[in-house]
Design a protein around this ligand. Structure first.
Ligand code: SF4
Ligand code: FES
Length: 395
């Protein structure tokens, strides 16, 4: 077995890092979106609709410099994500470099490009954890949602290799109207794969998912049933499988504390090197994001850049958030959703029942769910491809 090497200099280094991170308020974990390239075409992808082209991606040396800087700043964990991170030929080299500078690394992958040798090389390079996305529990639904034939079989295979290599495994299942009926079987699949954790993640509606909202939005009855199934499974599988559950916020009374609050606990780095407060932030037009290619350090960008400070804390809030007792609980919800649904990221997230737009938007979503328009717009560099009728007939 090869597991992640702990940061080389042990506890003393961890302690000094922690204090550096506290000084800057830097998050302990960072998401590195190393590419937007991906063989899958999931219609709910959280990447921006305008994807970064391969030619704009940071080079191997640029990513290595970023990883070194993050380690110096006190970051402890790096999530390699995308797109599909293994679409980069240098992914093993990047994981090895993360290990060398003392970062724990997690691979967030669709798995379909991995061979057993590649996964083994990643383990040898010190990879600490693997998270595989699943689109269903069987190929008919799962491959259709992924927009790729044979994807589901490949994912199962890679999940088994992951456990053979004794790497911890998380199953990430993104749920929506067209696969929620499979949830009990997905839970059982995660148990059978010997996963440590299952994320039951209801689609969040911005970027590609907003384009596909009518095809993805669950009905109220589905959400009620899902909550019941998850609660039952959490109790039954305690100690065997940890189950995280994200409620779809159109059906919640109050919005989620997105990213733990803008610029408070999280940042990510886009394929082209932009430092972003969340993975969807580039969907907000009118905000300029600094790049790791600029002369500024990442710490400076985190602390001082306009984009991070615009919606940090509570000073920016309009009513009803401004005088609301929950303003430091949810920080006004999600800026990207507020922008997508109201055209202004500085508005209260309409997922909040106190938002003046909540009722109207919720009713529209409910109508969309009831209409059962099931065709997808697939995510790709062409700006989306409408699922053909032939493809629907294959279901
Ligand atoms: Fe949160 Fe604003 Fe809604 Fe209050 S009004 S619950 S702070 S989103
Ligand atoms: Fe961007 Fe919620 S996804 S703030």
């Amino acid at each position: 077995k090869t597991t992640a090497a702990p940061p080389s200099d042990g506890l003393a280094v961890l302690e000094s890092r922690r204090s550096a991170a506290e000084t800057f308020g830097i998050p302990l974990a960072v998401l590195a979106e190393v590419t937007h390239r991906c063989p899958l075409q999931c219609p709910y992808c959280s990447n921006p609709v305008e994807l970064d082209r391969g030619s704009t991606e940071l080079t191997t040396d640029e990513w290595k410099k970023v990883l070194g800087e993050l380690a110096e700043l006190g970051v402890l964990q790096i999530h390699f994500s995308g797109g599909e991170p293994t679409a980069r030929k240098d992914i093993v080299e990047l994981v090895q470099h993360a290990t060398d500078v003392g970062l724990y690394s997690n691979l967030i992958t669709s798995a379909v490009l991995l061979t057993k040798d590649k996964l083994s090389a990643l383990a040898d390079a010190g990879l600490s954890h693997v998270q595989i996305s699943f689109q269903g529990n069987e190929p008919v639904v799962a491959d259709r949602v992924a927009g790729l034939k044979d994807a589901h079989r490949k994912k199962l295979e890679v999940a088994r290799w992951t456990r053979e290599l004794e790497l911890p495994l998380t199953v990430n299942a993104v749920m929506h109207r067209q696969n929620l009926h499979q949830l009990p079987n997905i839970i059982q699949m995660a148990v059978d794969l010997d996963a440590d954790r299952l994320e039951v993640a209801n689609v969040q509606y911005y970027g590609w998912a907003l384009k596909n909202r009518a095809a993805l939005m669950p009905t109220i009855e589905q959400i009620e049933e899902t909550s019941r199934i998850v609660e039952e499974a959490q109790a039954r599988l305690k100690g065997t499988l940890a189950i995280d559950y994200v409620v779809p916020d159109y059906y919640a009374l109050r919005p989620k504390k997105c990213m733990g609050g803008w610029g408070r606990q999280f940042f990510n780095i886009s394929p082209a090197g932009k430092v972003l407060p969340c993975h969807a932030a580039e969907s907000i037009t009118g905000l300029e994001f600094e790049s790791v290619r600029s002369n500024h350090s990442i710490a400076w960008i985190w602390q001082n850049s306009e984009a991070f400070n615009r919606y940090r804390g509570t000073g920016w809030m309009p009513e009803p958030c401004k005088s609301c007792e929950f303003r430091e609980v949810d920080f006004g919800g999600c800026r990207c959703q507020a922008f997508a649904l109201t055209g202004d990221a500085g508005n209260t997230d309409p997922a909040c029942s106190l938002s003046p737009r909540h009722e109207e938007i919720f009713k529209q979503a409910e109508r969309e769910a009831a209409a059962h328009q099931d065709r997808f717009i697939y995510r790709n560099f062409a700006g989306g491809t409408l699922e053909t009728d032939d493809r629907q007939d294959e279901r």
